[in-house]
Design a protein around this ligand. Sequence first.
Ligand SMILES: *Cc1c(COP(=O)(O)O)cnc(C)c1O
Length: 462
Amino acid sequence: MLDLEVLDTAARAAHRFLVGLADRPVGPRTTPAALRASLGGELPDAGVPATQVIDELARAVDPGLLASAGPRFFGFVIGGALPVAVAADWLTSAWDQNAGLYAAGPAASVVEEVAAGWLLALFGLPADSGVGFVTGCQMANFTCLAAARHAVLRRAGWNVEARGLQGAPRVHIVLSEQAHSTVFAALRLLGLGVETAMRLPADDQGRLRADAVPAALARCDGPTIVCAQLGNVNSGACDDLAAIVAAARRHGAWVHVDGAFGLWAKTAERRRELAHGVETADSWATDAHKWLNVPYDNGIAIVRDAAALHAAMATGGEYLIKGAGDVRDELDWVPEFSRRARGFTVYATLRALGRAGVARLIEGSCTIAERMAERLRTAPGVEILNEVVLNQVLVRFTPPGGGDPDAFTREVVARVQADGTCWLSGSVWRGQAVMRISVTNWATTEADADRSVAAILRAAGS
Ligand SMILES: *Cc1c(COP(=O)(O)O)cnc(C)c1O
């Protein structure tokens, strides 16, 4: 007999967690030893009833959960999950479609197709671009750069899918010293090398110096890929894409944009200028699980030359039933084979928000970041190190009685984490220790921002 009581148990546990999310301490309240004690032990010989497993699991993990989905979490660049996205994610699990082939899940395939079209329209990118729904921006960078590698080598008369890189023409990589670590990881995985990439200087906000690009390109004879960025992971700054793409076009180079969260600037009227010229690039990597506030894992790879993405990713197999003609077999657009139908959450979230809702979400985060920066800036001993153009704020603290600002800034970060009102992390910006505030959660209100600023100033003794 089909007993689904366990699903109701899970739904009740989810309700309890989400209702309490805004009030619980934001940081975890446990130790590895305590978690091992409550979760560990021998694998039982006999099974345990499903409802008991879920009940006990929810209780045991609770002290080890970070309230990163909550409204006063400003660490890394995380984002929460809108209720509609969580609901669609639950259904995705219940439906358990293998979103590799149209034949294995027609609805999953068509939902991806529709969501891809909506995303392209939202970002103002070419409507016939190829799109892959991957696990995150790491894989989106990888996927886009695989398409780039295919295209620049094809133009040089080399089929990299058939022959690999052994004996291939050299592929030049030009990027910023501020490129995200996942771009370097993608280059490593693609056999393009990390130390061989040409690293250009960034300006004081972390933007690739566009004026350095033409001279760098002049030193690249042959296939070339330029990696640019929208949304520096520390400062939120965006590269001048119009200038970078113009220089790359003169050289015949491919331009890839890592826009994990920065690409979303394109959706909000007041931030759009930051992404000026982005639509002229060749490929774009972004995340849905950060600023669109869908659950993990959900990243998006977009490539103007859909045929290049297809050539880099498509997989065959005697037993596969490939869709005829105009249907989307998802495995042709991503590195994975069997995979989660992650288009459902993006589809549901975009439909629930609409264009206006997405714009409000993005602009709302930016406005709150500005508000926090303004309130912190006016306190004694507090300095804001970046131009707050997007959702990121870099804060530095000088000890009230004088002393080392680096050590004190790290100390303030640790005190705020221990206090539990909000949670954020530290970083190093241009050689200086900073506190890093990232606003990406749909639920964060001005009151949350003000409470968090008060907690930060308390920790700094300002
Ligand atoms: C977060 C981030 C990534 C990596 O994205 P994941 O979704 O964590 O894989 C890449 N680039 C930038 C700029 C980021 O902020």
